[in-house]
Design a protein around this ligand. Structure first.
Ligand SMILES: O=C(O)CCC(=O)C(=O)O
Length: 503
């Protein structure tokens, strides 16, 4: 049975698109797009590609050959993914060359006699080679809370998979992928329901996308198992909804970057020998997707061990540990994450209003962005209020640093996060400011915690989402008494954003 194709992913020259337009058309609407013209000066585009446009395999063996990487065997399924093995980059390249030779000399040989198709995936290249600057993240993708956070702080400290935050495997979500023609990635939606972007340094990929509104059609009756390969003979008895699915397709050429929105299932095929760079990321625009996934996975984790609830001393704690092991974070990790971003945003916003860094009578793009983000965090925190884990005593141990949030400012990692966020928003702001007269604040920026004086009156302890909401509301209300912002209420801006539908 063939796929029903409803259309193609739009292609746009990145130089013709402002940051604001990208947000309005693709981030807010959660729509895929291919962007051209953004990879001109990448070192990867020169070093990693031979003059005749093929992957420069010798370059990888010589410079990065000793790295140990994860390689997927494209022909072997293991649960919902392909079987993974570990090997050095040199071994992988040797295998690739061997495959090309067998294909070249023996076109008619049977499939079984050919070496397996191996696909190098999820290589944390930037973390491993920070000095070798292979590329710069395009402006459109710089509001990346996931990687900014992981550059300074761990997502989950006690996870069985990640004892040491410096361990490469849980250090970031910036990857290199490399594979010969025919290698592929099975149907999936991205980790944490994050966005991703994927840049073809060399080669060509075919993508198939299914909108989140149709994703239920990919599942069996139990809603636990989904289709693995859309080009396989998908069983109509097992997946009765599949025949109703309507797909978007896209052929991504060399030097094109695809933006993959949250929750879209996609399957990808390398149509030629291909090298790509991809990041997973999330921010205020898709934060609610992350929370919805965590909530769904939590309910499943709980249901799975429900029969031991009565004999378990700390059933909720066990559910949270299992959630972290399966999903990569739990409710407390996510709460610490959104709280850290709230405090960083309030720090930046306070410094901005104090310095009057916007024309009077209107909010600058940056201030508006900060308030918009806080509104989105507040909304997610509101939905988190009802989670059982935030009503227990045990939480206080996990949130020790939150017993007095002044302590957070003693952590160099938090200061690092504020500086990195300010730098990212400074770059975005440069674009916003093209028609304004204000100056950039990112150079020499030192975060301070003077805004805490404002909220001292309501207490500096945060033990759950309700406290976080109280702090955001109180801070925003009181910031309106500072500098030129006296002219209008920031809280009013927040309320307006909160009642709009785009959030
Ligand atoms: O390029 C691939 O094979 C898969 C990439 C992918 O799924 C993604 O970037 O979300």
């Amino acid at each position: 049975m063939g796929l029903n194709i409803g259309g193609e992913v739009e292609k746009i020259n990145g130089a013709d698109l402002s940051y604001h337009q990208f947000v309005e058309r693709f981030l807010e609407k959660n729509q895929p797009v291919v962007l051209t013209g953004l990879m001109g000066n990448w070192r990867a585009s020169k070093d990693w590609v031979t003059p005749n446009g093929h992957p420069n395999l010798a370059f990888f063996s010589t410079h990065f050959g000793k790295s140990i990487v994860q390689v997927a065997e494209c022909g072997s399924r293991e649960f919902t993914d392909q079987k993974r093995v570990e090997m050095s980059v040199s071994e992988f390249i040797d295998h690739w060359r061997e495959l090309s030779m067998t294909e070249g000399c023996n076109k008619s040989s049977h499939k079984e006699q050919q070496p397996p198709l191996l696909y190098l995936k999820d290589w944390h290249f930037v973390k491993e080679y920070p000095e070798y600057v292979a590329y710069t993240t395009p402006l459109f993708f710089t509001d990346d809370w996931l990687n900014l956070y992981l550059d300074s702080l761990p997502m989950h400290v006690d996870s069985d998979n990640c004892h040491d935050r410096n361990e490469i495997n849980c250090s970031d979500y910036r990857f290199v992928y490399m594979g010969a023609k025919g290698t592929w990635t099975p149907l999936h939606a991205d980790v944490f329901r994050s966005y991703s972007w994927s840049a073809n340094v060399c080669g060509k990929k075919k993508w198939h996308f299914l909108s989140p509104s149709q994703c239920h059609l990919l599942f069996d009756m139990s809603m636990k198992n989904s289709v693995y390969d859309i080009f396989d003979d998908v069983s109509e008895t097992k997946f009765p909804g599949f025949k109703k699915t309507l797909w978007l397709e896209c052929t991504q050429e060399q030097n094109e970057i695809i933006f993959v929105p949250s929750g879209w299932y996609h399957q990808v095929l390398n149509m030629e020998d291909t090298i790509s760079i991809n990041h997973n990321w999330f921010n205020a625009y898709n934060l609610s997707w992350v929370w919805k996934l965590l909530w769904k996975d939590y309910k499943e984790a709980k249901e799975y061990i429900d029969d031991i609830r009565d004999i378990c001393d700390d059933f909720e704690g066990l559910c949270q540990r299992n959630l972290a092991a399966n999903t990569g974070m739990n409710f407390i990790d996510f709460f610490i994450f959104i709280s850290s971003f709230s405090f960083a945003h309030l720090t930046l916003l306070y410094q901005l209003v104090r310095n009057d860094e916007y024309p009077s009578g209107s909010l600058s793009g940056k201030a508006h962005h900060l308030i918009r983000n806080l509104t989105s965090i507040r909304r997610v925190a509101f939905n988190m209020k009802f989670a059982e884990v935030f009503s227990g005593e045990k939480l206080h141990g996990c949130l020790e640093a939150f017993s007095d949030i002044r302590k957070i400012f003693e952590k160099p990692e938090f200061i690092e996060l504020c500086i990195a966020l300010n730098r990212a928003y400074g770059m975005i702001d440069e674009q916003w400011k093209q028609d304004s007269t204000t100056k950039s604040t990112s150079v020499g920026f030192k975060p301070d915690f003077l805004w805490l004086d404002f909220i001292e009156a309501i207490g500096l302890s945060v033990s759950g989402p309700e406290d976080l909401i109280r702090i955001i509301d109180y801070a925003i209300t009181n910031f309106s008494c500072v500098g030129k912002s006296k002219n209008f209420s920031l809280f009013h801006v927040m309320n307006e954003l909160d009642s709009s539908t785009v959030l």
